[in-house]
Every structure is written in C-alpha cells, then in structure tokens.
Design a binder for this molecule. Structure first.
Ligand SMILES: [Mg+2]
Ligand SMILES: [Zn+2]
Length: 278
C-alpha cells in the first residue's frame, strides 16, 4: 500500500486555498459592504452572513450573481497544482472552513478541483425555495470551546473526530486564521501543521510553541504552500520503507510536479532516479 494513502491533508479555505476571505469578497462584489459593516458590531459573523444574503435577495440579487462573484476570487497559481498533486499521489484531502458549503463548492467546481476533496466540513449554505441563500452554523448547539473558536464552529472538534475515525493516518493541516489554532493543538507528534506566516494562527502558535505537538512548517504564499506541502508529504513517505521511490522523486527540485495530472496517480513522477534529501 502506498504511504500516501496514510496521509490526510486538511485545508482551511479562506486565505489558504483562495487568497482572500470569500465572505468579504461576495459582500464587496455585490455592493453590501456598508450594510455588512453597520451590522457587524451587533451580530455574530455567521448569523450576519445569513442576514446580508437576505438583504441582497431583497435587493434583487440572485444566487447566480453570487456564483458569478465567487468565480473571480483571487487564488495563487500554484495552489491548484499543489492540490492536484497531493490528490494524484493518493493523499486524502479535506476542507475544514468557517465559510459555507455554497461558496466553497462553487469555487472548487469552478477551479476544477471539487473531486480532489473527499469531505468538506463547513457551515451549511443552501438555496431556499424563494431563491435566497441561507447560511447556518456548523455547530448548531454550543460547542463550549474557547480556544479561541467562533460560536458557530470549533474546527478542533472536527479534527478530534477525524483523528479517532481514521486511526493510523498521519495528518497535515494548513491554515491561516484564529479558528485554525484549536485544530492545530489537537494534532499529535507524528502530524504536521502548516501555518501561514504572519497570519493570526502563526502569531498564536509563535506565542505558545510548547502547546503544539505537531511539527510546524510555515509558508507565506501559494508557491511556498506547494513546496512545503510536497516536502512534507515526501518526508512522511520516506518514513515508510516501501515508498522511498515516491519520496525521492517528489523531493527533487528538478522534478517540478506540474506535469502530474490526476490520472497519473501511481505512475512515476520522473524517469530517472533522483537523490533523496533528509
Ligand atoms: Mg482562513
Ligand atoms: Zn475549538
């Protein structure tokens, strides 16, 4: 069995897969910034997004307008190849996000990478019979976590559940925000956490390095995300004797991986043996 099938890669979505916050993007693109800002001091973010969707619907904005806005979100050009490569190698990819299912699926489908992910854990986002997008909390009852998770979603709870549901798997977690701190603390010594440098999760982890058991590898942009993710997968593979081959091919700087397609899952990445770095 390939070692990559023992690897679960969990991605945050906003400012990790895409290079902006999808909630802010839609609000700004559809001209609801003022109403959003005026309500922000009085409402919890998740409830506010549902409320703003109601305002937009009342103004005649359709779900298609929202969809259109979502297809223009900024994304670093190396992120999609990084995701396709991890998937093609046999890793199990998941999204854990405080955005919502409608936004995430729309964007992933637009990028052609929806099928790379086996699961998406996020706030429900459904279009009601009137054509209005409704956004609900992921945790419908209080999760009781204060470290520091928003009331509608504790991502740490998701990671705890995955760790016990998938025994023997090694986890790689990528994120940028405050909500990515709690799941990072749940990871074990054998896991890897990839915080985005100079973003809130990185700040929190830098203040409390003793609380993080997983190995930490920081990244700054999509190019580094690709490099660090590939190296981390390779490192995990090199600890499985059967998969030294994949590892040595992956780690080479000569072998850029752009040519790996999802159909090439178990074919060699390069045609000549390459040195392995440790
Ligand atoms: Mg984020
Ligand atoms: Zn939490």
């Amino acid at each position: 069995m390939a070692a990559t099938s023992n690897i679960v890669v969990v991605f945050d979505f906003d400012k990790t897969i895409i290079d902006c916050d999808s909630d802010n993007w839609v609000v700004d693109e559809l001209g609801a910034t003022d109403v959003f800002n005026s309500l922000l001091p009085t409402m919890q973010w998740n409830t506010l997004m549902d409320r703003v969707m109601r305002e937009l619907h009342a103004q005649g904005k359709t779900v298609d307008d929202i969809r259109k806005a979502l297809t223009s979100v900024p994304i670093h050009p190396r992120v999609v190849p990084a995701i396709k490569t991890a998937h093609a190698l046999g890793c199990d990819l998941k999204v854990v996000s405080d955005a919502n299912l409608f936004f995430i699926e729309t964007i992933l489908e637009h990028l052609g990478i929806r099928e790379c992910f086996s699961e998406i854990y996020t706030n429900p986002g459904l279009v009601d019979p009137q054509g209005r997008l409704r956004i609900r909390p992921f945790n419908s009852s209080p999760h009781g976590c204060t470290s520091p998770c928003p009331p509608n979603m504790c991502k740490g709870g998701v990671i705890e559940m995955l760790l016990s549901a998938l025994p023997g798997k090694i986890f790689i977690y990528l994120g940028d925000g405050v909500g990515d701190y709690c799941p990072s603390l749940k990871l074990r010594e054998e896991d890897h956490v990839l915080p985005r440098k100079d973003f809130p999760v990185w700040d929190l982890m830098s203040k409390t390095p003793m609380l993080v058991k997983a190995k930490i590898h920081e990244w700054t942009d999509g190019q580094e995300l690709e490099e660090i993710l590939t190296k981390t997968i390779s490192k995990i593979c090199s600890s499985f004797p059967d998969d030294r081959d994949i590892s040595s091919q992956l780690i080479s700087a000569d072998c850029k991986l752009q040519t790996v397609s999802t159909s090439a899952a178990h074919e060699p990445l390069c045609h000549r043996p390459l040195p392995m770095h440790h």
